[in-house]
Every structure is written in C-alpha cells, then in structure tokens.
Design a protein around this ligand. Structure first.
Ligand code: HEM
Length: 460
C-alpha cells in the first residue's frame, strides 16, 4: 500500500533511473507521472517522496509528529546525538535548549546584531583591500558566518588570516561537501560503500580533527567557567551539565555538546555563505536590481551610518530581493531525509514506521501558482502592487514545522546586514557582460552549488 512509483530493479532499485547529480530534476519528472506522493527505491529501501506545497505542509506542519524524525545512517562519524541527526527525547531537549540559549544571547535581537555588524564591517575592510581588482569572493564571504558562529559558541572571532581559522573552515567546507555527496546517500542504501578507502579515510580524518579542535575549546571553557555569568553557548551547556550531573539519564553529556557544536557549525556556515556567494552572482547578472537596492539604501540608511535590522521594515525591495535570491538559488532542494515516526496513513496510502521520506522543498519554491514564471529571477514575486513586501507560505527555504531550520533568525540577520553593508560601500562589477553570466548550479542534489566566478568590488 505504499504510494505508487517506478518499478524498481533488483538490488539497484531506481538508482539507475535517477540522475544522481541532479536528483531534483529526476524527482520533478516522477512527480509529473505519479503525483505529489510517490515511492522510489534507492537500492532496496523504499523512500517516499513528498512533492508540492500542499503535501509538504500537510506532512511537516499539520502532521509534524508523524513526519519529523530524521534518518540516521551509520555512515556518519558521530553517534546520533546533537540536533541534526538525533530523534526523540535527546533531539527535543537539545533543540529546545539550543534555541533558548541562542535567543538569550540575542538571536534575532540586538546583541547578536552587534556581532554581525562588526563582522560585516570586517568584511568590508577586507573587500577594500582587493583594490577593485577581480577576486573570487568565496573565502571572504565564508569568514562572516563562520566567525558569527564562533562568537556564539566560543565568544571569540578570528582574524581572516589566522591559519587555525583557515584550516578549520576548510575542513568544514570539505565535510559538508562529503555529507551532501552522492557517496553518503549511497552508503545508506549499501552500507559496505562506507568503507571506500579514499573518501572514508578522508572523512574520518576531517571529523577527528574537527572534534579535537572542539574538545580543546571545551577544555579551555571548563578551566575558566564562571557559573554565574555564562558568556557563550559552551558555558551555558557546561552549566546545564553540572546541574544535571546526578541525573543518570541526562541528555546533557560531553558527547552531545561536541556533536551539537559540530551541528551548529555544519548547518550554520556553508548554508549562509553559499547563499551570499550565489546571491552576489544573481546581483551581477541583474544590475537593475542591484541599483534599486542601492537606491533604497541611499533613502533609508544613507552613507554615514551602518545598516541595522530596524531598517529592514522600511526596505521592502531589499527584503523581497533577499527572498527571491533564496527562492531562486534553492539552496537545500531536498533536506537530509526525514522518516516516519510511526505507521502512517497518508492520502490513502500506508507508510510503515521508519520509512525514509524526502521533502522536496524545491517544489514549493518553484510552484507556478504562487510564483508566476518561477524560473525567472523577479523580486516582484515578493512584492504587492503597491511595492510592499508580500510574505508567502510557499517560501520554504528554511523548511517548515518542527524540524525547520533552527538558525533561521540568525541567517536572516546575517544575509540582510552583510548584503546591505556590501552594497552601501561597493559597486559590483562583473568580468563579463551581465547577460552572459550563467547562474545554473554546478550541483543540485541535497545542496545547490553556484558556479565559481570572479567579481570586482569597486568602492563607491
Ligand atoms: C541561509 C541559510 C540557511 C538555510 C537556507 C538553512 C536551511 C535549513 C534547512 C532546509 C534545514 C532542514 C530542515 C528539515 O530537515 O526539514 C535546516 C536545519 C537546520 N539548520 Fe539551517 N539553514 C540556514 C542557516 C542556518 C544557521 C545560521 C544555523 C545555525 C544556528 C542553522 C542551524 C540549523 C540546524 C541546527 C538545523 C537542524 C534542525 C533540526 O533538525 O531540528 N541553519 N536549515
């Protein structure tokens, strides 16, 4: 009674019928044939695919209890603690705790805003040093979200030339590349692939080094912990551990702390920096859009003070562009798979407990009922006829429901403040004609990656 889908072949299932470099395209085609709920076999295991805003909302929001568990594959280096891959009580408590700490530290509020402001100004300073000559913005843009998470977790920022910082960032970038590669997906279908010598050894080495770095920071915090005035995420967690030290079943363990930190870096750095990097590429291609943002910056902020979050309410066009960038780049077309927490009856089908579920967020972001001409970059998708910002429930770039992005508030602040700071200080100059810029992603699987490009930041 599983939902319908293409007939699987023995052992490989439907893998040969799918383009593993562009799973999204394959799933869109299957949705046309089988409707919004269908089954594909990755290897011998069935995966139920949810395609389209209505089914996504029904499953993730209205029936969140049934669809919000996450698949954990033994291919992951860490045991299923932390936030991203955990389920049940440990997920609930760690997620709630992390959100409370982030909010208490100012996610969506002034304190973190100051941190991001400071970081955006460091970026502007670093961009000035390029003297308007062509540069690949990848590294500098990645520094901002990485330092913001460092501030939240360690209460420190690193200089962009610091070798430890550069090494740490490189490791995380590679770790995300591996975690979103077809290899790790295939490991869940064929566990033996986990031991493919080259990639397996590299993955274990990277994770071990990141873990050592995190453990060193935790030790530093333990030595100087002041219980009455926690300064950062680690302090808050260590205090919680101390309070619960007599509780044998406490979820607040050293292991959980390491994995939670790993998760916050993993989920909170590449996502935001790739959005910025991809966003700038769209702005290079659409200079008329960039000019309108700069006009709005001129009217609302001017040149003599830094942008702040309060400005956003008076900048509907900039807000709409940020949403349109996120909609078009479709950064996480399909999040790491969910699974059913119990046997589920859904739209006339029976989906057994623990069945893998793919949530195609891309299908909501590209719905042509909500966004006419979804393939076009058009900030008008988020503006009403009077030029006011228009919210859309179809905007699922951060997913929806219980498992929705924990860092949405932080990411929105980073995107707004970084973009407005850049455009307040620089004109963006492409190296080729704007109409020749190709914005097609070089990878579109669990993560969409932009093509690499060079840009000139010309001081205004
Ligand atoms: C533009 C930036 C970002 C985008 C597009 C994004 C998107 C997402 C998406 C699509 C999910 C998966 C939801 C699901 O499985 O249904 C997610 C989960 C998550 N995100 Fe983000 N994210 C961004 C930035 C951040 C930041 C800055 C943080 C750090 C604080 C963060 C922390 C997390 C965590 C911890 C989860 C797992 C939540 C859970 O499983 O309960 N994200 N994000």
């Amino acid at each position: 009674k599983l939902p319908p889908g293409p007939t699987p072949f023995p052992i490989v299932g439907n893998i040969l019928q799918m383009d593993m470099k562009n799973i999204v395209k394959s799933l869109n085609m299957l949705a046309e044939e089988y409707g919004p709920v269908f089954t594909v076999y990755l290897g011998m295991k069935p995966t139920v695919v949810l395609h389209g805003y209505e089914v996504l909302k029904e499953a993730l929001v209205d029936r969140g209890d049934e669809f919000s568990d996450k698949i954990y594959t033994p291919a992951y280096f860490f045991v299923p603690t932390g936030i991203v891959f955990s389920n049940g009580e440990i997920w609930k408590q760690t997620r709630r705790f992390s959100l409370t700490v982030l909010r208490s530290m100012g996610m969506g509020k002034k304190t973190i805003e100051d941190r991001i402001q400071q970081e955006a100004l460091c970026l502007v300073k670093a961009l000035r040093k390029t003297n308007g000559s062509p540069c690949d913005p990848n590294f500098l843009l990645a520094c901002v979200p990485c330092n913001v998470i460092c501030a939240v977790i360690f209460q420190r920022r690193f200089d962009y030339n610091d070798d430890t910082f550069k090494g740490f960032m490189k490791k995380f970038q590679r770790n995300i590349e591996i975690l979103t590669s077809p290899w790790i997906q295939l490991c869940s279908a064929y566990p033996a692939l986990y031991y493919l010598p080259g990639i397996h050894n590299e993955y274990i080495k990277i994770c071990t080094e990141i873990k050592e770095f995190i453990l060193k920071e935790i030790k530093r915090h333990q030595e100087s912990l002041n219980i009455s005035s926690p300064e950062d995420f680690i302090d808050h967690f260590l205090i919680k551990m101390e309070k619960e030290k007599h509780n044998k079943n406490s979820e607040f363990t050293m292991e959980n702390l390491v994995v939670t930190i790993f998760d916050l870096f993993g989920a909170g750095t590449e996502t935001t920096s790739t959005t910025m990097k991809y966003g700038l590429l769209f702005l290079l291609k659409h200079p008329e859009v960039t000019a309108k943002i700069q006009e709005e910056i001129g009217q609302v902020i001017g040149r003599h003070r830094s942008p702040c979050m309060q400005d956003k309410n008076q900048m509907p066009y900039t807000n709409a562009v940020l949403h349109e960038i996120q909609r078009c780049i479709d950064l996480v077309p399909i999040p790491l798979p969910h699974k059913t927490a119990q046997d589920v009856e859904f739209r006339g089908y029976h989906i057994p407990k623990d069945t893998s579920v793919m949530t195609c967020l891309t299908s909501a972001l590209n719905d042509d009922k909500e966004f006419p001409h979804p393939e076009k970059f058009d900030p008008g998708h988020f503006l009403d006829e009077r030029g006011n910002f228009k919210k859309s429930d179809y905007f699922m770039a951060f997913s929806a429901g219980r498992r929705a992005c924990l860092g949405e508030g932080l990411a929105r602040m980073e995107l707004f403040l970084t973009l407005t700071n850049i455009l307040q200080h620089f004109t963006l100059k492409p190296l080729v004609n704007p109409e020749d810029i190709d914005t097609t992603p070089v990878q579109k699987g669990l993560f969409s990656l932009p093509p690499s490009y060079e840009i000139c930041f010309i001081p205004v």
